[in-house]
Design a protein around this ligand. Sequence first.
Ligand SMILES: Cc1cc2nc3c(=O)[nH]c(=O)nc-3n(C[C@H](O)[C@H](O)[C@H](O)COP(=O)(O)OP(=O)(O)OC[C@H]3O[C@@H](n4cnc5c(N)ncnc54)[C@H](O)[C@@H]3O)c2cc1C
Length: 468
Amino acid sequence: MAKKNTDTHGYTFDTIIIGSGPAGSTAAEILAHGGQRVAIVEAEKLGGECLNYGCVPTKSMLTAAHLFRSVKNQKAITNSGLLKLRINKLVSLAENNIAKTGAEELGTEFKKLGITVLEGRAYFLDSRYIDVGGEKYSANNFIIATGGEVAIPNVPGLDGLDYLTYKNFLPKIKERTPRSVTIIGGGAVGCEYAQILSATGAKVNIVECAERLVSDQEPEASEVLLKNFEKVGVKVYLSARVVAAHPSSTGNLKEVEIICPKDGQIDLKTDSIMVAAGKKMRDGGDGLGNTGIHCENGLIKTDSHCRTTQEHIYAIGDTTGPYRLTSTALQQARIAALNILSPIKKNLATVDHTVTPSCIFTLPEVAKVGESTISLRTRKVKFVESIVLLSNVTRAKLEDDLGGFVKLWADPVSKNILGACLVGPNSAEQISSLALAIKMKVSTHQLADLTQVFPTWSEAISLAASEL
Ligand SMILES: Cc1cc2nc3c(=O)[nH]c(=O)nc-3n(C[C@H](O)[C@H](O)[C@H](O)COP(=O)(O)OP(=O)(O)OC[C@H]3O[C@@H](n4cnc5c(N)ncnc54)[C@H](O)[C@@H]3O)c2cc1C
């Protein structure tokens, strides 16, 4: 397809996008469809974290792990003692799904749309020029979509050990199947990996420095998750500090020394260590300091139109926040691309982060949307809340609810829903209805009146709404 030379001002491209994760690749495709001359720079694998190391591999392995647990729990219809889940089969499944979802497909799509792929690391020389592998390129607009990096905690001795992260998990696990794994970090990534590993029979410890698992979720969600981990033999150490890590004096094991209020100082002997302690942003790296754009708390500062403090440079996805989610990255990509294409710069499209549903794909799933009750309390915003256990609906007689619940909170006067937390089967799918309810300013009365399919978990949503 021939590209219109819209507004290059003598620059090499209309827009250069740095990073080909979900944020960068979506923006590139929209801009190319809009007739722009587009280049995308990628230092590693096309598709970024979501496709190669994040959502696609974890959700592939988790789906299989949950299916395995469900079948194993059906003692009345299966000879569950004979069932085994092998980690190398999970790894192959994840690799196949990565191939199916496709870096290769992405490359073909870019080619079809006339998008130039520049392989290598982009380094800003100034706000108009970048260097990639010794070549200089310029553009009228830039989009920074560079994501983040694995954060490695400063633990004495850890550096000298061969540890797992979400980035090296697949190749390393293929080399050697661990019988025990100590996971440093009890956030979403740590909990999802604990679920995958424990389903394969590995003995798993989670060491978390906060008082509870998934501490950005509602407190009741953390409790349910903790109980379910304890039920399947995952040992969780809370408010725990990792003080050192080193090879064990006996055998081929590693030792993680921790201090926690409940158990005091203990050495966890383990086959493998997995670091899942969050992500580090790339602020200041890759020549960002030469552009004059501002960073705050590690994130690139943007306005509601996804523009940085240099109006021709946009930043989207994990690199700018506020959420490190593919869904947020995709929304910001659409907004940034539309704003670059817009001929009227006075009326730019705006991002809306108030309704961002998300889910941790553990068993049970933990999904949330809207403002958290913790944030509302901190800001002294008044609200009413209700919580209904899933055991109150008929579906729980047919399937295991794993102690799940629906929690809703609403404005005390208008009764509009402000937020929701769902813990239980299919929460990731169900949370969309509550996202819509918040977006459309649906009241608790309207939600309570809604007829739900019988027998489903969703009936608990109407019950919770009727209590507000
Ligand atoms: C284990 C795990 C599970 C996850 N599961 C989910 C989930 O279920 N749902 C969900 O919504 N989110 C999930 N996420 C988060 C999701 O992966 C990220 O939010 C998403 O990938 C962010 O997209 P992005 O395009 O901003 O950045 P990325 O996907 O990180 O892509 C950035 C790209 O930029 C490249 N890059 C960086 N610097 C340069 C440079 N200077 N030059 C050239 N290229 C560069 C990098 O190599 C990378 O390919 C998960 C994350 C992890 C780690």
